[in-house]
Write a new protein. Structure first.
Ligand SMILES: [Zn+2]
Length: 131
């Protein structure tokens, strides 16, 4: 199977996805809302409706945040031993805030990875576009 590959490197595609930019042109936006992927790029028209990110970005964020928050909670408890009510009030807020911040870039990377690899219809759209 001879798949047409994007002209830029995987790193470029993923970096564009991390910034929420179109992996094809790097100028338009992948998203039409915070976590809603646009049907197509608003600059070059590259179609994004093929993506199947599903819950994968959330799994990645949970994995990353778990590795950040658990050591922070343990460090805080070991060194400062604050009252438990502070833990109850602080860490859920931190977890939700960091999740909110991280979800869009991670979802952008997942969509850009699918685009770069030609998964879920991106390859067929690329072949159609290139003729
Ligand atoms: Zn574009």
């Amino acid at each position: 199977m001879n798949m047409p590959v994007p002209e830029q490197s995987l790193g470029t595609s993923l970096a564009r996805g991390w910034r929420g930019k179109c992996p094809a042109c790097g100028d338009g936006s992948i998203f039409r809302a915070h976590l809603k992927v646009a049907d197509a790029c608003n600059k070059c028209g590259e179609e994004f409706h093929h993506h199947r990110a599903d819950d994968f970005p959330a799994y990645i964020v949970i994995l990353i945040l778990g590795h950040i928050l658990v050591p922070l909670v343990m460090f805080t408890e070991k060194n400062f031993a604050p009252p438990y009510i502070l833990h109850v009030l602080l860490w859920p807020v931190v977890a939700v805030a960091l999740s909110w911040v991280m979800l869009q870039p991670v979802k952008g990377v997942v969509v850009a990875l699918q685009w770069h690899m030609g998964l879920h219809g991106f390859d067929a759209a690329r072949k159609k576009r290139l003729g």
